[in-house]
Design a protein. Structure first.
Length: 261
């Protein structure tokens, strides 16, 4: 299940957090082990970075889009790109930062596939003491192994309008919430037309479609954590496994079983 994600309403609320990779090293990896909610406040780094899970899955919010990453998946975040990261009690999240001299020349956010050897080498560098020359040789191998960035298809854009903040937080925290747009309009003291207009302008889809995508992203995360399909279906608001499986295939282009370890 998603934890409630905090999100920024403008650049004034985004903090710059330098990593400060010491010379002559080329990169460093921070490891967040659950239970740890990670960096919930939107912030930026002057360094480029790859966010990735070494165990379980993590949820990241980058450029207003929600992404769930399973083991083997990472997301490239260019310098000064606002982001947050959530790590639950059963997962371990990692952030690998690169100096500007060796950072990939990828101007926009994109996902990368991280093989087992690549991940283990990053963890070895993060956790093992070694001589400077040995560490530099290993880091050079990491740079050479960096895969090319690929586009990420499972994204959920998040409405930024403050009037919808209670709705957004509720649905992200509990995808099974089945209140329709009329009920939300009454609770938020907004018209149905206003809510529809905000969703169309900010995420390019209806509220119903957006909630479905949130549910599928949440489902993908739980499936990657090896939660049974029937349990996942109930947690994201489906009464039967068959109804959930059909909706998942339509939204994700694959079967729920394809996402399990």
């Amino acid at each position: 299940m998603f934890q409630a994600l905090e999100f920024s309403q403008g650049p004034a609320t985004v903090e710059v957090r330098p990593v400060g990779i010491p010379a002559p090293f080329l990169l460093t990896t921070a490891v967040l082990t659950g239970p740890n909610l990670g960096d919930r406040e939107p912030h930026v780094h002057p360094e480029g970075m790859i966010m990735w899970p070494s165990r379980g899955s993590v949820v990241v919010l980058v450029e207003g889009a929600l992404r769930t990453l399973a083991v083997g998946q990472g997301i490239w975040v260019p310098p000064f790109t606002p982001h947050t990261m959530e790590v639950d009690a059963s997962s371990t999240g990692c952030c690998t930062y690169f100096t500007s001299d060796v950072a990939p020349d990828w101007p926009s956010v994109g996902t990368v596939q991280l093989g087992a050897a690549f991940r283990e080498l990053l963890l070895h560098l993060a956790e093992s003491p070694m001589q400077t020359d040995q560490r530099l040789r290993a880091q050079t191998v990491v740079i050479e192994l960096l895969p090319e960035a690929t586009s990420y298809v499972e994204t959920v854009p998040v409405p930024r309008d403050e009037r919808l903040a209670p709705l957004v937080r509720r649905v992200l925290n509990d995808p099974a919430d089945d209140r329709g747009v009329e009920a939300w309009a009454w609770q938020l003291s907004l018209s149905v037309r206003t809510i529809a207009r905000i969703f169309a302008a900010e995420v390019g889809m209806t509220f119903s479609h957006w909630r479905t995508m949130v549910r599928m992203a949440a489902a993908a995360r739980m499936l990657a954590d090896d939660v049974p399909v029937g349990t996942v279906a109930g947690r994201v608001g489906y009464a039967t496994t068959s109804a959930f499986s059909a909706a998942f295939r339509r939204a994700m282009g694959s079967k729920p079983s394809d996402w399990r370890p």
